[in-house]
Structure formats: structure tokens, C-alpha cells
Design a protein around this ligand. Structure first.
Ligand code: NAD
Length: 479
């Protein structure tokens, strides 16, 4: 299936006629083409967005909210179709796309359908000065949204929904590795009555299309989710133009397990937090630290549970682990497994590619558990972003905290304990944007989402996102 750009409410070919192959990772075959858009396509999208802005930015909140609810309903109506498309494009189990990715894309629109009607700004009476200050939060104009391949429609909509709800017009680029569901969303937006030019979707490589979005001086803000290196590059281009920047970047998240936890719940959740979506979630707990008194028991039982996961064809219902997103990514993940033993690590489970019947050329890898001796090793310091976790033991709270914080990343952390004092100490001292205690990836869309250190700048979610996509202006009236 060939994909087109969605500009001014129409599906159009890229101006220069350049295309990229689109792969189905579960069988390792090309199944379509996508535009490799150039600066000219971005300019076309910009013109459409600029034209739409004056009307959209004055559309009533009620009207915006109704369109968003309609988009959410249409996404849910097409749940099976979109989940199948996501699975084919990305390699993730269809069951996961159906249970998580697509419902969450609908929730992103429904959430901001409600949030925009509740968003407010501050007023400050300057007592004794006979003045009142209030804050106007106005949309920025045309903004750019760039998203990665791991949760394609989920993260694409997580950006564009607040941007549009706040009254902006958007130029968005999904990952060139997984463009399909963003393409399908164009049709849904038209059907829901989103006016032409409010959302424009341009496809293509990061280094050409993405770069053109980031570098265009008329695009006022960039909301980016992706790798830390890419984020730094984007910042180097956008910051001198004083663009607003929201950067959601990589992670190397600690999963800290104390002996006093609810063990069975922890074990079951740790299997999920390690390997959901083939370990390709920025929030996966890829460094597991276990208190030494339960280390051997956990190791044995974790290996057993992981060995029961079925690696297989993503379209089969009982598959737990599908294909990795691309051949290149599979090779990258394997290169870390290859250095494990050189770094003093021991592969406790997995480590090999898997050949899946009828999908022999797909990119499959066993879920892999590696015991490491030292938190400074590459396996513990670099983001692998695949079905690979490391584990090591710790003696006490102090050591666990030091190990968790010994990372350039600071996205999320998971803590397993029933000790309230310990919970509060860790909650305060973990250098991450999110701390989950006795759970993982429990998301409330009102909360600030994002990372510390090299995991990013800024927060998404709830009013944080609406604040990002608006410019606050202080009005001071003397009376
Ligand atoms: P990536 O950085 O390679 O690409 C992300 C997006 O940026 C893609 O659309 C890509 O085309 C585009 N891009 C690449 N180079 C660009 C450039 N020079 N200018 C503009 N755009 C450019 O990341 P990826 O491999 O697609 O995704 C995996 C990474 O995303 C991992 O590091 C993961 O941790 C991170 N991630 C972070 C979060 C979060 O919320 N913090 C969520 C999901 C994924």
C-alpha cells in the first residue's frame, strides 16, 4: 500500500517524487512505499497550516471538543483495522495494538476533548495598586510534532491532540519506519470534520523531512519524541531560533526490587515491564536491581516466567513477543548481546534470534536476561531498546539508590517495596521524571510526563501539554 502526504485535507504525492520502502518486520518484506518529503513539501504544509490558523484558533472550545470526540469514536470504530495496520507496520503483537496502542490513541483525543474545556489561566489582583493582572494563553501558530516508531499512533496522537486542541495548526511527521497509522488518521480527521490545513502530515526521513520541519523559522515550536542523540541535534538547530522545545528522549530505567514487596505481583509485572512491545518502550525497566536476600529466588522464577513467553507471528493471538521493528534495529540489539560476556556478564536466558514458521525472514529475538557484575558496563549504561534486560543484586537502600541514579538517563523508575519511609526516600531522591511504586506504566493522562537528565526537557500530558502549546501573555490593567 502506497502512502501519501496529508496536506490541506488532501492526500498528495511528494513534490519531488521521492519515495522510501516500507517494511513489514514480521516477514522482513517491503509492502509499500512512503513519500520521502523534502523542504518543498514542508513549505506546502506550512502554507496550508498558516491559512487555516486564523479560523481554527478562534473556533469555540465546544466545537473543537466535539470534533475531537468524533475522532476518538472513529478510532475506536476502526479498532481492529487500525490494530492490524499497526501490527503489520511495527511487528508488535496484534493483541497489544488492540489492547493498548489504538485505544490509547482514542483516549488521547478524548482526553484533550475534555481538557481543553477545563483549561484555565491565572489572575492576580495587585492589591493596593489598583491593578489586576491576568494571563492570556494564546496558541503559538504553526507547530511541528515529530514522533518515533515504537508506539506509532499512540505517541503521534499524544502530541498532535494537545497542539490542535490549544488552537494551533500542526505539521506532523511520524517515524518513516512506521508511517501507516498516521496516514490512516488523516482520513479519520477529515471524516470527523477537522477543517482543512489544521493537521498536515508529511512523511519521510528524519534527516530530510524532519530536519526541514525543525529548521523552518515559521514553525514556532517542536514537540519531539525519539532518541537522545537526535534530540540534542534538534535542540542545536531550534534553540538559536528560540523555538519552544519539548524533548522526550531515551531511558535506561531502573526496576528496584526489595524483599518486602508483594512478590507475585512484582514478578508478573516485571515480566511485562521488561518485555512488553519487545522491550521497545522508553519506560521499560531494563536494569533490574534485586535485594540480595531474594536474588537467587527471583532469578530462578523470573527465568522460568520469561521462558514461557511465546515469540511468534504478531498476528497470532497467543503471541507475547512479536518482531523487532527493523533489521537494522535487530542488529543493534544483538550487538549488545554480543558484548555481554566480554563485559563480564552472563546470559541467563535467551540471546538468540528466533525463526518463526511462515515468517522466516522476520526480525525475531528471544527475550534475553543478562546478569551483570557492574553497573558501569555498556549494557547498563546505554539504551538497548529491545527485549534485553540486565540484573544484579544490591545489599541495602543506599546501594540501590546509587545504582539507580548512576545513569545519564532519568526517565522513569519502578520501586517494589511495602515500606512507606523507603518509598518516600526513593520518591524524593530518584533522579527521574516518573517513579512507579508497586506498579508499572499505570498512566493517568493528567500527570506530567517526561524525563530528567538526558531523557529530555519539558513535560507532556494534561495541562502541561496545553501550557507548552500556548504562549502565556500577562495583561496588567490599572483601574
Ligand atoms: P529517532 O530519534 O531515530 O527518531 C525519532 C523521530 O525523529 C523519527 O520520526 C525520525 O524520523 C525523526 N528524526 C530523526 N532525525 C531527525 C532530525 N535530524 N531532525 C528531525 N527529525 C529527525 O528515534 P527512534 O529510533 O524512532 O525511536 C526510539 C527512541 O525514542 C528511543 O531512544 C526511545 O527511548 C525514544 N522514545 C522516548 C519516549 C519518551 O517519551 N521519552 C517515548 C518513546 C520513544
Amino acid at each position: 500500500m502506497n502512502i501519501k502526504n496529508y496536506i490541506n485535507g488532501e492526500f498528495v504525492n511528494p513534490i519531488k517524487g521521492n519515495y522510501l520502502d516500507n517494511y513489514n518486520p514480521s516477514i522482513g518484506k517491503i509492502y509499500g512505499q512512503i513519500p520521502n518529503s523534502t523542504k518543498e513539501d514542508v513549505v506546502l504544509a506550512l502554507e496550508a497550516a498558516e491559512k487555516a490558523f486564523s479560523k481554527w484558533s478562534t473556533t469555540t472550545l465546544d466545537e473543537r471538543s466535539k470534533i475531537f470526540s468524533k475522532i476518538a469514536d472513529l478510532i475506536l470504530e476502526k479498532l481492529d483495522f487500525l490494530a492490524a495496520a499497526e501490527s503489520k507496520d511495527n511487528g508488535k503483537p496484534i493483541s497489544l495494538a488492540k489492547a493498548v496502542d489504538i485505544p490509547r490513541a482514542a483516549s488521547n483525543f478524548q482526553f484533550f476533548a475534555n481538557a481543553i474545556t477545563q483549561f484555565s489561566s491565572e489572575a492576580h489582583e495587585s492589591v493596593g495598586l489598583n491593578a489586576i493582572n491576568f494571563t492570556l494563553r494564546q496558541p503559538l501558530g504553526v507547530v511541528g510534532c515529530i514522533s518515533p516508531w515504537n508506539l506509532p499512533l499512540y505517541l503521534f496522537t499524544w502530541k498532535i491532540a494537545p497542539a490542535i486542541a490549544a488552537g494551533n495548526c500542526v505539521i506532523a511527521k511520524p517515524s518513516e519506519v512506521t508511517p501507516m497509522t498516521a496516514y490512516l488518521l488523516g482520513e479519520i480527521c477529515t471524516e470527523a470534520g477537522l477543517p482543512k490545513g489544521v493537521l498536515n502530515i508529511v512523511h519521510g526521513l528524519g534527516t530530510s523531512t524532519g530536519q526541514a520541519i525543525v529548521a523552518h523559522p515559521k514553525i514556532k515550536a517542536i514537540s519531539f519524541t525519539g532518541g537522545t542523540k537526535t534530540g540534542a541535534h534538534i535542540a542545536s538547530i531550534a534553540a538559536p531560533m528560540f523555538k519552544k522545545l519539548s524533548l522526550e528522549l531515551g531511558g535506561k530505567n531502573p526496576n528496584i526490587i526489595f524483599a518486602d514487596c508483594d512478590y507475585d505481583k512484582m514478578l508478573e509485572t516485571t515480566v511485562r515491564s521488561s518485555f512488553t512491545n519487545q522491550g521497545q518502550i522508553c519506560l521499560c525497566g531494563s536494569r533490574i536491581f534485586v535485594e540480595e536476600t531474594i536474588y537467587e529466588k527471583f532469578k530462578k522464577e523470573f527465568i522460568k516466567k520469561v521462558s514461557e513467553l511465546k515469540v511468534g507471528n504478531p498476528s497470532e493471538k497467543n503471541t507475547n513477543i512479536g518482531a523487532l521493528v527493523s533489521h537494522q534495529h535487530l542488529e543493534k540489539v544483538k550487538s549488545y548481546i554480543d558484548i555481554a560476556e566480554k563485559e563480564g556478564g552472563k546470559i541467563l536466558f535467551g540471546g538468540d534470534s528466533v525463526t518463526v514458521k511462515n515468517c522466516e525472514n522476520g526480525y525475531y529475538l528471544q527475550p534475553t536476561i543478562i546478569e551483570v557484575q557492574n553497573n558501569k558496563c555498556k549494557l547498563n549504561q546505554e539504551e538497548i531498546f529491545g527485549p534485553v534486560v540486565t540484573m544484579m543484586s544490591f545489599k541495602n537502600d543506599k546501594e540501590a539508590l546509587a545504582l539507580a541514579n548512576e545513569s545519564k538517563y532519568g526517565l522513569s523508575a519502578t520501586l517494589w517495596t511495602n515500606n512507606l519511609n523507603r518509598t518516600m526516600q526513593f520518591a524524593k531522591q530518584l533522579q527521574t521524571g516518573i517513579v512507579w511504586v508497586n506498579t508499572w506504566m499505570l498512566r493517568d493522562l493528567r500527570t506530567p510526563f517526561g524525563g530528567a537528565k538526558d531523557s529530555g526537557v519539558g513535560r507532556e500530558g494534561g495541562f502541561e501539554a496545553l501550557r507548552f502549546f500556548t504562549e502565556p501573555k500577562n495583561i496588567c490593567i490599572k483601574y
